[in-house]
Design a protein around this ligand. Structure first.
Ligand code: I3S
Length: 124
């Protein structure tokens, strides 16, 4: 009993390496820099970790980049990268991310799950 409250995300889709490039922050364009990120989907956020988080270290590991899905827009794009299977997420604060996986099955699995999380968190 009686522990310290820790952040435990409600995970919808866990742990996979995806290529991620943040191309805008607060409406300001940024230089594209693809990075392999350990990605976790919660009910209303995408969490991008620099390194794979073991289940036990989700609470204590390095801080992730957090993408808020409420009010975000997600769409496939063939214009913003020459890579295949790229989709884009724009947040309601003007950040834009490109997400990519070489496997279409992987990319579409994440796309579908994120779109559902966007829809349900936007309705809250
Ligand atoms: O949209 P861009 O500028 O063609 O994106 C490419 C650049 O980010 C490039 O880096 P340099 O600016 O250091 O050359 C990357 O190496 C490429 O991968 C980017 O294009 P793709 O098509 O891979 O997203």
């Amino acid at each position: 009993g009686g522990g310290v409250a820790v952040f435990e995300p409600l995970v919808e889709l866990n742990g996979e390496h995806l290529n991620v490039a943040k191309i805008s922050e607060s409406g300001k364009k940024q230089r594209k820099n693809w990075t392999l990120m350990w990605s976790v989907l919660t009910s209303d956020q995408m969490l991008f970790y620099k390194e794979r988080q073991q289940e036990t270290s989700l609470k204590t590991g390095s801080k992730p980049d957090v993408l808020q899905l409420c009010g975000a827009i997600i769409e496939w794009t063939t214009e913003k990268s020459s890579r295949k299977n790229v989709f884009q997420i724009r947040t309601n604060t003007g950040s834009e991310y490109l997400i990519q996986a070489d496997s279409y099955a992987t990319a579409s699995k994440w796309y579908d799950a994120i779109r559902k999380a966007v829809d349900s968190s936007t309705k809250l």
